[in-house]
Design a protein around this ligand. Structure first.
Ligand code: PGA
Ligand code: ZN
Length: 439
């Protein structure tokens, strides 16, 4: 028996940022070290994600997770008791083997990802290290000396805001910031300026699912105009200091290559929607577009990528679902040039890592990402720093389930500086600008 042997795997029900039940797993090791993690939940999920196990029935509107919790406290506990926690690949292999399906439909993707992430935290705790440092320096997975560049939501739309606008995320990336802390400060400036503009025009209505302003625009373009104005009003240069990033989440408003922007009262085929988006990248300071066409519209995504990939980051979220094989196939097809990395889409930490490695092999960018249903869990920030992922998407710059992640980045930045004997800045080095498609 060593300090790395698992003594107990325990799940409990906690609540997420939408007030819905979710699964928290705590793993205790032989000599008392513990690791804990909570499963997040999507709203605009990709069809090919692993399955989140919900109870159905009347209680909690069918969203209960007692089945997933029973799976952890029974089968998963029995499976992992006595096993070594420092072999993450083996733990994840055992979990997927026990489940026996391709989509984790038996144990539940929520039960499995919370267990898998809790194991990573426990392994780090056994070495008395925070997870970012355990992965980066102890395991040698990266030099763990930079923070990822934040991509932060200002307006929320689509499935996260009652389809008040069709586009799901209007975000900013502080591409000219010289540190992680400065990128947050500049984003706070833009967020305040956007709030002022909305208030002045009588359009301030509240916040969407991920905490961005709930938009009251007459059409999708007005949101882009307002965001560009907010960057200017905040004293930063659009496209040089702060640029725009969009998550179109097109699967939410179209299938079979036919799309309908309800807010604009316009119908599009694949090429026309592509054309509209290309036009936006030329008229507004847009540097990144996620899921530009539907997850079933490979041809459209390939054509869009071909049109803009030299100057715009094209991100696959629903289209690539954090799946290494899909990323490799997309690279062959010329679809996208970056992938969103969401651990609970992949199901285990190892599958998540495999998708990130596939992105590196393909020369693709990677953005580690939270979900719309979140909690105080900050695992993604640790994985991002520890693996050397260059971008981070967490939603808005409000509400504690989001700020928990941004703030964890500040703590890690300070710790990186201390670990390097103060030779690195406390406000968090970012990857070099040349590492990004807009660099
Ligand atoms: P989701 O949204 O968590 O609801 O899927 C986030 C995204 O689409 O990036
Ligand atoms: Zn998305």
């Amino acid at each position: 028996m060593s300090k790395n042997n698992i003594k107990n795997v325990h799940a409990r029900q906690v609540w997420d940022s939408r007030g819905r039940p979710t699964v928290e797993v705590e793993i205790t090791l032989r000599y008392g070290a513990t690791g804990r993690a909570i499963a997040p939940a999507g709203a605009s999920t990709g069809a090919a994600e692993v399955l989140e196990l919900r109870d159905g029935g009347m209680r909690y509107g069918g969203l209960g997770v007692s089945g997933a919790i029973e799976a952890v406290n029974g089968q998963i506990h029995n499976l992992l008791k006595g096993k070594r926690v420092d072999d993450q690949a083996e733990i994840d292999r055992l979990l997927t083997e026990l489940d026996g399906t391709d989509n984790l439909g038996n144990l539940g993707g929520n039960a499995v990802i919370a267990t898998s992430m809790a194991a990573q935290h426990a392994a780090a705790a056994a070495e008395k290290l925070p997870l970012w440092q355990y992965l980066g320096i102890f395991r040698g997975e990266s030099d763990a000396s930079t923070l990822p560049l934040p991509e932060i939501q200002i307006f929320g739309g689509g499935a996260h805001a009652g389809h008040r606008v069709d586009i799901q995320d209007f975000m900013v990336i502080a591409i000219g910031a010289s540190s992680y802390a400065q990128s947050l400060e500049w984003t706070a400036d833009v967020y305040r300026a956007a709030g002022d503009i909305m208030a002045d025009s009588g359009r301030l209505q509240g916040v969407a699912d991920e905490g961005g302003f709930w938009p009251a625009f007459d059409n999708n373009e007005e949101a882009l105009e307002t965001l560009t104005r907010a960057i200017e009003k905040s004293g930063h240069r659009p496209g040089e200091d702060v640029a725009i990033s969009l998550d179109i989440a097109a699967s939410e408003f179209g299938t079979g290559g036919n799309y309908r922007l309800a807010r604009d009262d316009r119908e599009f085929d694949s090429d026309h929607l592509s054309g509209l988006l290309v036009d936006w990248t030329e008229r507004f300071p847009v540097v990144s577009i996620e899921d530009p066409l539907g997850e079933d519209d490979s041809r459209g995504i390939i054509r869009f990528t071909w049109a803009v990939s030299k100057r715009v980051q094209v991100v696959g979220d629903d289209y690539l679902v954090t799946n290494a094989e899909r990323v490799a196939q997309a690279a062959k097809d010329g679809a996208c040039n970056a992938v969103l990395i969401k651990p609970n889409q992949a199901g285990t930490v190892s599958y998540t890592k495999a998708a990130f490695e596939a992105a590196k092999t393909a020369g693709y960018g990677a953005i580690i990402s939270a979900r719309s249903g979140e909690t105080e869990d900050t695992t993604i920030v640790h994985l991002g720093v520890g693996w050397g992922v260059k971008q981070l998407k967490v939603g808005s710059f409000t509400r504690s389930e989001r700020m928990a992640k941004w703030n964890e980045g500040l703590r890690i930045a300070e710790a990186i500086s201390n670990a390097a004997g103060g030779s690195l800045p406390v406000d968090g080095n970012l990857p070099p600008r040349s590492a990004f498609p807009w660099g």
